[in-house]
Ligand binder design. Structure first.
Ligand SMILES: Nc1ncnc2c1ncn2[C@@H]1O[C@H](COP(=O)(O)OP(=O)(O)O)[C@@H](O)[C@H]1O
Ligand SMILES: N[C@@H](CCC(=O)OP(=O)(O)O)C(=O)O
Length: 369
């Protein structure tokens, strides 16, 4: 049966750790593997990091740049070279590819989100393998994916993929960073997010020298993907042929089982496509009503409002300690919400001088995180 498969490869797998030079044999094997998957009839998307790493190698820089403008310039150098290499290898195997560079803003606006969806569908329908990266050269700090783990999960969610493979430089997820904790326990399967929370995995710092997010962004990417019904696997990039073995049922890497009933596409867009612009702190009654009874959020349950936002923007809903429990689209801007928080719905019109919505966030616009 045709499956949609998203494969993300990180800089740590694409380059030699010692020299920063490209790991050509890995890239070639990855290319062959993805072509095999295409021949088996699957729809394939590659999310490839490496623009900054390859740009650095080209320019003789020995460290990942920290200054934003320099990083953006280096990415512009590296992205072209990266695509040339992919195009050479895929063309040798007669496989057409396409470059798709996205920024966060492309997924925030509903019309652009749907446009991106349509473009992916066309490319996949044409038998093309889209090669996706963040458009690092133009991305502005406030509207960035920041790491390609998140980007790949959002792409997998957008196209409703069956599989997301996060290829990295460790063979799987461990209870702690195996580089610093040698007796860390390997984890093969995570059946749901509650189980993940109970495992209390330590993720340490930033990841490898050239990587961006480390393990923490892979775990949050897995969370986004499984909510969309995408089975997610963290496995080693050095052995791309394992992708085929995993699809055939071999227990390699760490598997995150997809949520049995995926959240609807619109709610996923609210939860992960949009960038929240404020926070609402809720009392225990409101938290219960949302979590247990699936109710809408009323002004009476809001203890405090943080940030500046307009009506219909996305906000985070938090407990008293600031832990996020849900996201939603607000029916009031932050200024009005400050005035009515803690108040009964019947008093809103009197306080604001107009009859607004009865709910602050209607349950159709509210998603549990
Ligand atoms: N709990 C953990 N299990 C496995 N690896 C971990 C864990 N915590 C941190 N890491 C580190 O995450 C690194 C991979 O992240 P990163 O360097 O960002 O890779 P990539 O470039 O593939 O995105 C590993 O090299 C490992 O040292
Ligand atoms: N967009 C950046 C990669 C960002 C990123 O997430 O890198 P990595 O942690 O190596 O997957 C680049 O192409 O260099």
């Amino acid at each position: 049966m045709t499956k949609t498969i998203v494969v993300k490869i990180g800089t740590s797998s694409l380059t030699q750790p010692e020299t920063g030079q490209l790991a050509l044999s890995t890239i070639a094997t990855l290319t062959e593997t993805l072509c095999n998957l295409r021949h088996q009839g699957h729809r394939v998307i590659l999310v490839s990091s490496g623009a900054v790493g390859v740009g650095c190698a080209r320019l003789g820089l020995t460290e990942r740049p920290k200054a934003i403008a320099l990083k953006q310039a280096v990415a512009a150098v590296g992205q072209g070279r990266l695509m040339r290499i992919y195009d050479d290898l895929f063309s040798t195997l007669n496989q057409p590819i396409a470059q798709v560079l996205l920024t966060r803003a492309d997924l925030v606006q509903r019309s652009r989100y749907l446009n991106a969806y349509n473009t992916f569908q066309e490319l996949l329908g044409l038998g093309v393998i889209p090669v996706v990266n963040e458009n690092d050269t133009v991305a502005v700090e406030e509207l960035k994916f920041g790491d390609n783990d998140t980007l790949s999960a959002l792409v997998a969610s957008l196209v409703e993929a069956d599989w997301l493979f996060l290829l990295t430089d460790v063979d799987r997820l461990y209870s702690a960073d195996p580089r610093t904790v040698p007796d860390a326990r390997p984890i093969s399967l995570i059946s749901n997010m509650k189980e993940l929370a109970e495992l209390q995995i330590q993720t340490g710092g930033q990841g490898s020298q050239w990587g961006t997010g480390g393990m923490v962004t892979k775990i949050s990417a897995a969370r986004i993907a499984i909510t969309a019904g995408v089975r997610t696997v963290i496995t080693q990039g050095r052995f791309p042929r394992n992708i085929e073995k995993i699809i055939q049922g071999e227990a390699i890497g760490t598997h995150f089982e997809p949520q049995p009933e995926p959240t609807s596409a619109r709610k996923r867009w609210i939860a992960y496509g949009l960038v929240p612009t404020g926070k609402l702190y809720l009392d225990d009654g409101a938290i219960n009503a949302i979590l247990q009874a699936g109710k809408s959020l009323l002004a009476a349950g809001i203890k405090a409002v943080e940030g500046e936002f307009e009506n219909q923007e996305a906000v985070q809903l938090c407990d008293r300690n600031g832990n996020e429990i849900a996201r939603g689209l607000v029916n009031y801007n932050s200024e009005d919400l400050e005035k009515i928080c803690g108040c009964h719905s019947r008093d809103i019109a009197g306080i604001l001088g107009y009859a607004g919505a009865e709910t602050v966030i209607h349950r159709d616009n509210l998603v549990l995180i």
